[in-house]
Design a protein around this ligand. Structure first.
Ligand SMILES: O=C(O)C(=O)C[C@]1(C(=O)O)C=C[C@@H](O)C=C1
Length: 355
């Protein structure tokens, strides 16, 4: 080994010891914070978002801001694990994008619980069997996840966070190459997201929709003549080879997930508020409801209608606005909306995804 290399490795060892000593000091601080909180809401999404944003801003390089956030995401996850081990329910099975989103948001310390359906995630949190739940709410190419929207309306749970996950689809198999492939399994949405790639590259193979991407990967792991389209986590879980990476037709394909709990989050300085309201069935009603938002300078980032379960041709509207429900302009706009709309429910205020 050259002298230069040896010297650098010694320096890295010394720095690692310093980092470890500081991390232990930090973890002891978090333990003391946990003692002060004494059983009430150990997880503080607004504080976590502030920590991540501040460090990304302070970052002197050469690590990228994303790398810095990922490292500190894990540091906070481990510190919070010392205060209270969290239980996080997600739409399973293991290896789905919902699991990746849950880990992206909470780090790897919690106990993650795979649920069979979105309403099981809501039920687990409502019953107190999980502290938090992670559910998909919209995809940039496929649109809204109606089941989640309906449950947010009907359920007393709040939204305390959001996660944005770039969806990269991988073609995977037990075999080393595509030559032996006879069929492709995946969830119908993922097959649709890779439609053009499949037409170009595997036009002759039947595409077989199954319940989830992870289930497709499991089936491919039992049969070398089958391929699956799923995320990288599923390939790792089932020991499959990635035959073609990132085969989604839209490279910006992103899914947004919501974190549900029995409470929402405090203000972090960069927040979003989700609400649902109904409009009376007369001309100009929607305009009248949205006018206070514009007058108070509140930005609306999403507005979406959905048939109300209550009657034919009645609609409820789901809106996301920038700001926290405690911010003065947002509070004023919401108060006026409350006066004008037949029904308003604030589903929660939470930090804009920091990672
Ligand atoms: O500041 C707190 O309230 C803490 O508990 C500390 C800490 C952290 O490690 O920075 C850990 C968990 C919380 O979700 C937020 C932050």
């Amino acid at each position: 080994m050259s002298d230069e290399l040896l010297k650098l490795r010694n320096e890295i060892d010394r720095l690692d010891e310093e980092i470890l000593a500081r991390l232990s000091e930090r973890a002891r601080c978090a333990q003391r914070v946990g003692e002060i909180k004494r059983g009430v809401m150990y997880y503080r999404p607004e504080r976590e978002a502030q920590v991540l944003r501040r460090l990304a801003e302070l970052n002197p390089g050469p690590l990228s801001p994303d790398a810095v956030k990922t490292i500190f995401r894990e540091v906070m996850s481990a510190c919070l694990g010392l205060e209270q081990p969290l239980r996080v329910a997600y739409l399973g099975p293991a290896g789905t994008f919902s699991e990746s989103a849950s880990r992206k948001h909470f780090g790897s310390a919690p106990n993650f619980m795979a649920m069979a359906a979105i309403d099981d995630v809501f039920r687990a949190v409502e019953a107190g069997n999980a502290d938090y739940g992670v559910v998909p709410v919209e995809n940039s190419t496929e649109g809204a996840v109606g089941g989640t929207l309906d449950l947010l309306l009907a359920n007393p749970l709040k939204v305390c966070g959001e996660v944005r996950l770039r969806i990269h689809q991988q073609l995977m198999s037990r075999a080393d190459g595509i030559g032996a492939a006879r069929r492709v399994y995946s969830h119908a949405q993922s097959l649709a997201q890779c439609h053009e790639w499949l037409n170009r590259n595997l036009p002759h193979l039947p595409r077989i929709p199954v319940a989830s991407n992870a289930e497709a990967a499991r089936m491919a792991s039992e049969d070398p003549e089958s391929c699956a389209i799923a995320g990288e986590a599923a390939a790792q879980l089932y020991g499959l080879n990635i035959l073609a990476p990132n085969i989604e037709d839209d490279p910006n394909n992103t899914t947004r997930f919501l974190v549900i709990a029995d409470h929402d989050a405090g203000p972090s300085g960069q927040d979003r508020t989700s609400l649902v309201f109904s409009a009376p069935n007369r001309p100009g009603a929607i305009h009248g409801l949205l006018e206070p938002m514009a007058r108070h300078g509140v930005d609306m980032t999403k507005l979406q209608s959905r048939p109300a379960r209550s009657g034919l041709w009645e609609y409820v509207f789901y809106a996301d606005i920038n700001g926290h429900r405690d911010d003065p302009e947002v509070a004023a706009a919401l108060a006026e909306l409350n006066d004008r709309a037949a029904f308003v429910k604030v589903i929660g205020s939470y930090p804009v995804a920091a990672i």
